[in-house]
Design a protein around this ligand. Structure first.
Ligand code: TLP
Length: 336
């Protein structure tokens, strides 16, 4: 039997229609700015995020790091929530590439405007210069939680009043859109830079975009070059991205339904604690021994990921059906 892979929404494989769009893509050399399909995707992305311009980069990590590099100087401090991908899961790139250190706002990933206030260092030469606030929506490490919209507005207001730049790691911003009905462009308002990934719930094989003002995207472009992210006939990838934006966004609600279905089936199971009600496409579980649970589940045909000694993450996506979810729940119950 084919394993049911719930480790991440990054594991999806492009289907026949997406591959056909890729095969037919008109291409050019994007380092010369001459790939018409990349240019079209970038325009679409800028429009969906309500920004002047957008840039295709190979990964969500590069999107975050190029945005950070373009908006900071070595020695600056960046404010981010606990467990933010940009801080925790990018191999210390902010330190290595931009010379930036983080100040952690709040607990558990989400934070408030008053947390931001209390993270801003005094302007005294002893301290780092606080330069940017990074917000992640949806928040991965806390189980795909959606930032409360009003709190995002308050954070944007506070940060702007303090003269701080704002970066939105919107790797799964369209999940926030699907969960709330609030369009991505509204979520993105007031942020200088916004990233989102094509290669997660939207189902494309590769690619993320960074959007912002034309001036800022010019600087992100330079950072992308520095990081080796200039790609040539990238229209083949951009065609998958266009397909993903056209067809993937409306489908995300299905993933959210499947996450709730999985949570419902696991609620009350012996040896499994549901850490929170799923808000989007992730289910976080607490078990006695995460590694042992993950191995037993894998032997039973379900792949999930350990997120700590006792915590396990299951992510729903394009390649799992509601029948898969029912089968997975049975296997996870037995694995506990
Ligand atoms: N997240 C991956 C892992 O790296 C943990 C996953 O499986 O969830 N921002 C956020 C919020 C992310 O969740 C990720 C990937 C990224 C950025 C980086 O994207 P990629 O993997 O394209 O570099």
């Amino acid at each position: 039997m084919r394993p049911i892979d719930l480790r991440s929404d990054t594991v999806t494989r492009p289907g026949a229609a997406m591959r056909e769009a890729m095969a037919k893509a008109e291409v050019g050399d994007d380092v010369y700015g001459e790939d018409p399909t990349v240019n079209r995707l970038q325009e679409m992305a800028a429009e969906r995020l309500g920004k002047q311009a957008a840039l295709l980069v190979p990964s969500g990590t590069m999107a975050n790091q190029a945005a950070l590099r373009a908006q900071t100087q070595p020695g600056d401090a960046a404010i981010a929530g606990e467990g933010a991908h940009v801080q925790l899961y990018e191999s210390a790139a902010a330190a290595a590439i931009s010379g930036v250190q983080f100040t952690t706002a709040g607990r558990g990933g989400l934070f408030t405007a008053s947390d931001v206030e209390s993270c801003v260092y005094p302007s005294d030469s002893h301290y780092p210069r606080t330069r940017i606030v990074c917000l992640e929506n949806t928040h991965n490490r806390s189980g795909g939680r959606v930032f409360p919209f009003d709190e995002v507005r308050a954070i944007v207001e506070t940060a702007s009043a303090r003269g701080l730049a704002l970066h939105l790691d919107g790797a799964r911003l369209f999940n926030a859109e699907a969960a709330t009905g609030i369009p991505a462009a509204r979520w993105a308002e007031g942020f200088d830079s916004v990233s989102f990934c094509l290669s997660k719930g939207l189902g494309a094989p590769v690619g993320s975009l960074v959007a912002g003002s034309s001036e800022l995207i010019g600087r992100v472009h330079r950072a992308r070059k520095m990081l080796g992210g200039g790609m040539r006939q990238a229209g083949i990838l951009a065609a998958a991205g266009i397909y993903a934006l056209d067809h993937g966004v409306a489908r995300l609600e299905q993933d959210h339904r499947n996450a709730r279905r999985l949570a419902d089936a696991l609620r009350g199971a012996d040896g499994i604690e549901l850490l929170a009600e799923p808000e989007t496409n992730m289910v976080l579980l607490r078990v006695a021994d995460a590694e042992a649970f993950v191995s037993r589940a894998a032997r039973g045909g379900v792949r999930v990921g350990a997120m700590g000694p006792k915590d396990v993450r299951a992510v729903t996506h394009l390649d799992v059906t509601s029948d898969d979810i029912d089968a997975a729940a049975e296997i996870l119950r037995t694995a506990a």
